[in-house]
Design a protein around this ligand. Structure first.
Ligand code: GZL
Length: 333
């Protein structure tokens, strides 16, 4: 009997141990489940496809998203597409495969998204657009678009130039450094600027080319502009980084930026604001990259099935040289 008891005891112990292990593994599986739609826990999983790391603005935008996700207790899967649309489409498809709860992305260009966004919709995964828009006719492919009004940024830039060119005698020759070809900010800033300067026929855009939002691109294209056009009065750059790259070319050509050539840019990142405060830039229209906290609030709402506004415009302002000097100490990015 004893032997029996003895033989029974280990079996009971094994059964008890197995039960504990089984219970533990089920619990562990629920806690460590990161890919499926929320798994057995309440942690929202957000898959985000970022344009790249092309500018100071983009770096600040990425930091805002990562910090806000941590703050909000949202598990962030993050992909840097290196400014290639095919990489963004691949990342979105991966997120669909992983059954994330919400997909967020900043589309590098406006067109070519309908197929992959329909795949996300068919998979029941809500999509939030941030920063840049898409030109899809089907607005049901995403829940909302959180970002700036780029046409307004271009218009404010042009209006400042009209206001500050009143005393000019003869034509004012403008060269334009466009952002990434096909991107919403490039298309819209160009449109807004052109509409504004139409108010004064003296203001003429004599050359316009993409510098792809990078410092290197801005420098390279500005060198070409300076070689081709002996009289350049104004540079309008679609972002600070291309303006900062252009500064090197302007200085190398023996001209004084901010004086010989008036420089207008968009973004208001710290390096741009420093150039403005130093008198090398003349005007900046702000484009805020700090979209992280609003993105996380929107992710929670769409995950909970709550209605959200189809368009949420970020608040921003403009800066002159004097305003930049005053604002610089408090700039977050
Ligand atoms: C604008 C953003 C643009 C910035 C650039 O919201 O998409 O992309 O103006 C950045 O600096 O590269």
């Amino acid at each position: 009997m004893r032997n029996m008891r003895m033989s029974l005891a280990p079996r009971r112990a094994v059964a008890a141990l197995a039960a504990v292990l089984l219970a533990g593994s089920v619990a562990a599986c629920g806690n460590s489940d990161t890919g499926a739609s929320g798994g057995g826990d309440d942690k929202i999983v957000l898959g985000f496809s970022q344009v790249g790391a092309e500018s100071g603005w983009r770096t600040a935008n990425t930091n805002s998203i990562k910090e806000a996700a941590a703050e909000a207790g949202i598990e962030l899967k993050f992909d840097d597409a290196q400014q290639k649309q095919e990489n963004q489409i691949k990342a979105i498809r991966n997120y669909i495969q992983q059954k994330v709860d919400v997909i967020g992305f900043s589309p590098v260009v406006e067109s070519g998204w309908d197929t992959v966004l329909k795949e996300a919709k068919d998979a029941g995964i809500p999509v939030i657009l941030t920063d840049r828009a898409v030109d899809s006719a089907d607005k049901s492919l995403y829940k909302t678009f959180l970002g700036s009004d780029f046409v307004k940024e271009g218009r404010l830039s042009g209006e400042w130039l009209v206001e500050n060119s009143k005393d000019a005698t003869g034509d004012v020759n403008i060269v334009e450094l466009q952002g990434t070809t096909g991107s919403a900010p490039a298309n819209d800033r160009k449109k807004g600027f052109a509409e504004a300067i139409a108010a004064d026929p003296k203001l003429k855009v004599i050359a316009s080319q993409s510098g792809d939002f990078t410092r290197a691109g801005g420098k390279q294209v500005m060198e070409q502009f300076l070689k081709a056009h002996p009289k350049i009065d104004v540079l309008f750059a679609h972002n600070d980084d291309m303006g900062l790259g252009a500064l090197e070319a302007i200085t190398a050509a023996g001209k004084e930026p901010g004086k010989d050539i008036t420089i207008i840019t968009i973004d208001a990142v710290k390096d741009g604001m420093q150039a403005l405060a130093d008198g090398k830039f003349n005007f900046i229209a702000e484009c805020s990259p700090l979209l992280g906290p609003q993105l996380m609030e929107l992710a929670k709402k769409v995950h909970a099935g709550e209605e959200v506004p189809p368009r949420i415009e970020t608040e921003e302002t403009t800066f002159t040289q004097e305003q930049a000097k005053a604002a610089l100490p408090d700039r977050k990015y």
